[in-house]
Design a protein around this ligand. Sequence first.
Ligand code: CTP
Length: 408
Amino acid sequence: MTSLSGKTVLLVIGGGIAAYKCLELIRLLKQREARVRTIMTRAAEEFVTPLSVASLTGEKVHTALFSLTDEIEMGHIELSRAADLLVVAPATADLMAKMAHGLADDLASTALLATDKPVLIAPAMNVRMWTHAATQRNLETLRRDDIAVIGPNDGEMACGEYGPGRMAEPAEILAAIEAKLRPAARPLAGRKVLITAGPTREAIDPVRYISNHSSGKQGYAIAAAAVALGAETVLVSGPVSLPIPPGVQMIPVESAAQMLAACESELPCDIAIFAAAVADWRVAQVAGEKIKKSEGRIPALAMVENPDILATVAKRRDKRPAIVVGFAAETSDVVNQARAKLASKGCDLIVANDVSTASGVFGGDRNKVHIVSPAGVEIWPDMPKQEVARKLMDLLASRLPPRAKAAE
Ligand code: CTP
């Protein structure tokens, strides 16, 4: 048994001088007992022969989109889905552009668009083509689409120029393939994570309410990251328009009071993360009927304070989660405000962020946070909310005491 036994790699060979290195890559993959299926673009056939590829893989080489025998034996969609991983090597500027734009005009690009499997690309091209704004734009699009990238390396190129553009070596591509196919670590298997997200809505009357601009994106991303680490994940969410991440148990709520009740009913848990933007106040007397406009009279709304969900859970004597995390949404003096909240709320860690209008955090896809805990302050660079979520869950998983059981 090796790390790749029983795995199928669909290798898409693009048309570049580096295509010859694919023969060595195939040899390494076969040595590790992977099954290697191949698609060659028309241009690739100018650099290596389908006969050499077929001899090394021991399989038919797929080349044409409309091949009657191929469609009868295995359609192109099936071909791209029967693999565990798709690898594009060399990923030429043209193939990268097609992938970034969703073009599907030959078998290689069609298979790449039709797949539901992870994709790894090993770019190779002339240094000027690689550094061109168009290629760099396409690279960014591909990264956003969750396509993994290995290389290119710096070095002397076949065309005589020097710089980035050389395809990664077969051994490096092999290592990237092994990393992609390694079963994900599940350090939170058997653990329960509770997350609040989104805004709350505090009713004024049957048709009006007080709320805020929270999109819920950061909390939902954290829930997805918790599932990825194997946790039983419960998401208590105010009204947002986001899809429920697969594997997450969602409890929809509206008001702060409902959010608190839902959280308490989900205890015990190991980690609780309070990412919701809870309304601080609610209207003391919710009108049973719609409040009517009457000449010259503006209704005065008496407000009362909402329960602090984070502080209530963090200060519990029984069933307190092993790690309680709060968020601090601030518009100034972020770290000091976060330190003050860490103490006043009794939590273990605060994720502090700047939600001033200029930061674009509310409703945006990126976040720049400070991690504030008794251990100190970590300043994380600006990154997508998904990345913040992954890093946060990794950090919490590493800080969770190994034997900590949810308090009974
Ligand atoms: N929070 C909560 N329940 C509340 C208010 C806040 O659980 N009633 C939680 C939030 O989910 C967040 C943290 O407390 O994790 C801090 O929220 P934030 O709005 O930044 O702080 P507040 O406590 O509301 O203080 P202020 O608005 O004065 O900054």
